[in-house]
Structures are given as structure tokens and as C-alpha cells.
Design a protein around this ligand. Structure first.
Ligand code: RFL
Length: 397
């Protein structure tokens, strides 16, 4: 195969980039490790920022989310039985759209392929060469062939877009002395759950409790995502269903009564996530450009990961288009410099919000950090500039 841009990974970052390149008449091939069915059913994020929805609409990628997405304009914090409702939509004039990530992925795949795009599913990339040469070569294997022999395919390209997530291969192709990684591990875990049960309210709930944070995020009318703060070392087996529902009821209680609206249902996914953010402080090396989780991961607090991945691809596509149309590589050469400040702004917001919903005790004084977050919550509900700033950042205006 020979193409202009080889895109590694068919997640939100890779697919948005591929569609934008295709629309601009730039050839690209997407290589994906997993099957189409797998990527189209992998449930993760669900909250799309206002500006990302606008961007998807402008490009004609929003048909599914406009039909089936649900607008959210308020969120609720709970503390000791009290409910604090923040009307961030009213304050910002914008809304979130809730539309599960697997549906976004599925819509983008459908659109790209209907328009004649090539995605090689079940083709894990195993090696990338020539990143500093005239042409780069991506080596991948066909999964079905893998079972019998190590038959390999090669894709020659002008550029490689590394959109292969945090555990992908592209970032690992950059020599270690060419980048640094900046990490924060918060020492907190979240038990991330998906349950076949309608949410008890239509809005997101962030419950602050002495036993730890609990969250409820509606996904579809039948499926809800829940989070329970836990130790990052906990195993799924530490959390039998009974314990899950009893902790959710306790932590999300209103007026000490338990969240009576909270009805137990079938848990369809259960995994422990470690709260951490990691930024690779170069997003490019020679002919390789990283986008999305391949370059940075952010804690799920604030629901920013998928949005940041799409925003990277929007910028990267523009840079490729300028290069191919005008022969001007300035934007490409400034990719890291232009994107990293946005990445850090987003991580700063997520870090702020994490300290609001958890009692993050870094000084050894839990009472002090608890009082701080209460003060923060009071201010947030004051609807002044502080609340306004939250609204704009949260909704992604
Ligand atoms: P993805 O989605 O991980 O896609 C990368 C793709 O690359 C493929 N791949 C390879 N392909 C070929 N060869 C190889 N060697 C390969 N190695 C990997 C993978 O199979 C995959 O298909 O990365 P991308 O596109 O950068 O998108 C990032 C988002 O997926 C991620 O940031 C979000 O899911 C994070 N996130 C959330 N983000 C939000 O904006 N809002 C949310 O509400 C939200 N909730 C979440 C989340 C992430 C979660 N988990 C599981 C970490 C909730 C959870 C539970």
C-alpha cells in the first residue's frame, strides 16, 4: 500500500482525522488492531462538549448525535444530603450532548467507508520505520494470518498519524531521549460501572461523601454509567453487586434517606480505573504526529478525554491540509507548540474538579482539604464569576 497519511487507530481521534483528510482529497489508510465489531461496541465516554458538537456538525459528521443525542444543561453536586444544582447551560448559553463514544465511532466508520475510505480492521501495527527519512513505512499484520504465520503488510506514507491510544505503538516508536513524560497519579481509583438501568435523574450527579465520591452519568435511556471512588489497588472481585448498590445508595443519599430513586439493575461492565493524567511532551517526531490518548491521557473527571482527542485531530488535519494545498509545513512543525497549551488547560480543569469531588489529602490534613472543597462548592453555587468560569470550561464553549 502507498498513501499520503497512514493513520494508526480507529478511535475518535483517528476517524475524525481520516474523515477530514478524505474530505480534503488527501489519501489515507486507517489501520486498526481490533475488529470492527469490537471498536463499535467498546463503551467508554459519552459527554461531548459544545464546541466539539459544533465542529462535528460543521463537517457533516453529526447526523447520529443530532438524531439520538440528549442535551444536558445542568449538573448536580450532593453533599450530606443536600443537593446543589448548577445550571451551567443557562450560564454559558451552551449544552453538552450525551451520545455514547461507541456510537460516535460507529457513525464515523460508516461515513468514512461509505465515502470510499479504507480501514484495515484486525491489522495491528507492529513496527514503524523511516520516521526521519523521505517516506515512512508502517508494518502491520493481518490478524487472521497471524494465527497461521507472521505474514506482514506494509504501508508506505508521507506521514504517520499516531491515534492508537495510550497503549499503542506509535508513541513507543519515538526514541526515549526525544521526549519527556509528565505524570500525576492521584492515588485514587474509580470503580467504573455500566448498568442496564435508567438513571435516577436526567442530570449528572457528583456525590461528595466521607466514604468517597460517587457519580452517576446517564448514557442512554436504558444504560447508566456509575463511578465509585475506591482504592486503585481494588479488584473487580472486591465489589460484588450488593456492595455496589449499597454504596451508591449511601453516597448519593438525599437528606440521609438513601437515593430512593436508585434502583439496582444488571451490571454490564465493571472495571477499576486509576486516576492519573499523563502528558507526552512532544506530540511529533519526524514524520510522526500523535493525537488523542496516544499523546496524553486525562482523568475521566470533567469528561474531557474524547473531546481533547477530537480537538487534536481537528488541528492536525488543518495542518496537513495546509501542507498539501499550499506546500506550507509551518503549522505541522508547530503542532506540539500549539496543542500542548490546550492539553494543559484541560488537565488543569480536570485537576481542579478532581479536588472538588474528592477529599484529596496531600498535606496529611483531611479536615483542611475537606473544608477547602466545601468552600469551593459554596462558591460554585453562588453563580458569580467563579461559577461562570466553571460553566464555560465544563461545557467546552
Ligand atoms: P482510543 O479510543 O483508545 O482509540 C485508539 C485505537 O487505536 C487502536 N490501536 C491500534 N491499532 C493498530 N495497531 C496498534 N498497534 C494499535 N494499538 C491500539 C485501538 O484498538 C483503538 O481502537 O483513542 P483516541 O481516539 O485517542 O480517543 C480517546 C478516547 O477514547 C478517550 O480519551 C476517552 O474514552 C476517555 N473517556 C472519556 N472522555 C470524554 O471525553 N468523556 C467521557 O465521559 C469519558 N469517559 C473515558 C470515559 C475513558 C474511560 N476509560 C475506559 C479509560 C470513561 C471511561 C471508563
Amino acid at each position: 500500500f502507498r498513501t499520503q497519511v497512514g493513520v494508526v487507530g480507529a478511535g475518535p481521534a483517528g476517524l475524525v482525522l481520516a474523515l477530514l483528510l478524505q474530505q480534503a482529497g488527501i489519501s489515507c489508510i486507517v489501520l486498526e488492531r481490533h475488529t470492527r465489531e469490537y471498536v463499535e461496541t467498546r463503551a467508554r465516554a459519552g459527554f461531548l462538549e459544545h464546541r466539539i458538537v459544533e465542529f462535528l456538525r460543521r463537517n457533516g459528521f453529526a447526523k447520529g448525535l443530532d438524531l439520538h443525542g440528549v442535551q444536558h444543561t445542568t449538573c448536580e453536586f450532593r453533599l450530606e444530603g443536600r443537593q446543589y444544582i448548577v445550571p451551567y447551560g443557562e450560564m454559558s448559553g451552551c449544552a453538552h450532548t450525551v451520545y455514547p463514544q461507541q456510537f460516535v465511532v460507529s457513525d464515523l466508520i460508516e461515513l468514512f467507508m461509505t465515502r470510499g475510505g479504507t480501514i484495515l480492521f484486525s491489522h495491528p501495527v507492529v513496527k514503524i520505520e523511516g520516521l526521519k527519512d523521505d517516506k515512512a513505512v508502517i508494518h502491520c499484520q493481518s490478524q487472521s494470518l497471524l494465527e497461521h504465520s507472521a505474514a506482514e503488510k506494509q504501508v508506505e506514507c508521507d506521514f504517520v498519524a499516531g491515534c492508537d491510544g495510550f497503549h499503542g505503538i506509535t508513541r513507543a516508536s519515538i526514541p526515549s531521549d526525544h521526549f519527556s513524560t509528565v505524570t500525576r497519579q492521584y492515588g485514587i481509583g474509580w470503580l467504573a460501572l455500566l448498568a442496564e438501568v435508567p438513571a435516577s435523574t436526567e442530570r449528572v450527579i457528583y456525590a461528595l461523601h466521607e466514604s468517597g465520591f460517587a457519580g452517576q452519568m446517564p448514557r442512554t435511556p436504558q444504560v447508566t454509567r456509575y463511578y465509585l471512588e475506591c482504592s486503585p489497588l481494588d479488584k473487580q472481585s472486591d465489589w460484588p453487586e450488593e456492595r455496589i448498590w449499597s454504596e451508591l445508595r449511601k453516597r448519593m443519599a438525599v437528606d440521609g434517606q438513601g437515593d430512593d430513586e436508585q434502583i439496582p439493575g444488571k451490571i454490564i461492565e465493571r472495571r477499576v480505573l486509576e486516576m492519573r493524567s499523563v502528558v507526552t511532551e512532544t506530540m511529533q517526531y519526524g514524520k510522526l504526529f500523535l493525537a488523542g490518548d496516544a499523546a496524553h491521557i486525562i482523568t475521566p473527571v470533567g469528561a474531557k478525554g474524547m473531546n481533547l482527542a477530537i480537538a487534536d485531530s481537528e488541528f492536525l488535519a488543518e495542518a496537513f491540509i495546509t501542507y498539501y494545498r499550499e506546500g506550507d509545513g509551518t503549522q505541522l512543525s508547530k503542532y506540539t507548540e500549539m496543542r500542548l497549551p490546550h492539553v494543559w488547560q484541560t488537565i488543569e480543569f480536570s485537576d481542579w474538579m478532581l479536588r472538588l469531588i474528592h477529599n484529596l489529602d496531600e498535606s496529611g490534613n483531611r479536615t483542611f482539604s475537606d473544608r477547602l472543597r466545601r468552600a469551593r462548592l459554596e462558591r460554585l453555587c453562588g453563580q458569580g464569576d467563579y461559577a461562570q468560569s466553571f460553566a464555560v470550561n465544563y461545557v467546552g464553549k
